[in-house]
Design a protein around this ligand. Structure first.
Ligand SMILES: Nc1ncnc2c1ncn2[C@@H]1O[C@H](COP(=O)(O)OP(=O)(O)O)[C@@H](O)[C@H]1O
Ligand SMILES: O=C(O)[C@H](O)[C@@H](O)[C@H](O)[C@H](O)COP(=O)(O)O
Length: 178
């Protein structure tokens, strides 16, 4: 979606967590949603403690213990959006059910936008992405850790091989029908 397109003002405000493994397109889609909706956007990668970023950059996967303070920071951001009733768009890999439960633990009811595609596409994207600390070598551990959202979770599942403008239109259409 082009940044010059008008902001969609009439969509009921929600908390959106754009989730999926590294390279699934979280940042790309979240920025497009921010342009279209005008709601606050937080890049989840920016909430990681420095030692988590250093660990991933050195090629080591995070443990659940490593992720916990980061997930709490993600939840705090969502709570602020809920309090201010601004809506909100957060990127967060949210790979496991327990992690998503933590994001919901204080009564928040975010919609998880789950982006998924083939391993080949993900690997290709990560190998070609410039200026990001996350090495492509960590993709297998991301995929092993992933527990896709279950039917009882509030989720919109998206094939992330779809062109981003089409994905953003699909998400907005879903939100407008709620
Ligand atoms: N739907 C798409 N089609 C083609 N390339 C994409 C698509 N979504 C993202 N990309 C590209 O793939 C790479 C990873 O996307 P990114 O948004 O950084 O993913 P994530 O935040 O999930 O790690 C980036 O170089 C981005 O431009
Ligand atoms: O839980 C994790 O292992 C990390 O959060 C990871 O899932 C995240 O993907 C990285 O921070 C890389 O960032 P990108 O997802 O933007 O590539």
């Amino acid at each position: 979606m082009s940044p010059t397109q008008p902001v969609a003002h009439n969509i009921p405000k929600e908390l959106l967590v754009v989730m999926g493994v590294s390279g699934s397109g979280k940042t790309t889609i979240a920025k497009g949603l921010q342009n279209a909706l005008g709601w606050p956007f937080q890049e989840g990668d920016s909430l990681h403690p420095a030692q988590n970023v250093a660990k991933m950059a050195s090629g080591q996967p995070l443990t659940t213990e490593d992720r916990w303070p980061w997930l709490i920071a993600c939840r705090t951001w969502l709570e602020q959006c809920a309090t201010q009733q601004t809506g909100g768009i957060l990127t967060c890999s949210a790979l496991k059910r327990d992690y998503r439960d933590l994001l919901r633990a204080t009564g928040l009811t975010p919609i998880f936008i789950y982006l998924h595609t083939s391993t080949d596409i993900l690997l290709n994207r990560l190998k070609n992405r410039q200026g990001h600390y996350m090495p492509a070598s960590l993709l297998p551990s991301q995929l092993e850790t992933l527990e896709p959202p279950m039917p009882d979770e509030r989720t919109l599942t998206i094939d992330s091989a779809t062109p981003p403008p089409q994905t953003i239109a699909e998400i907005i259409s879903h939100l407008s029908r709620r």
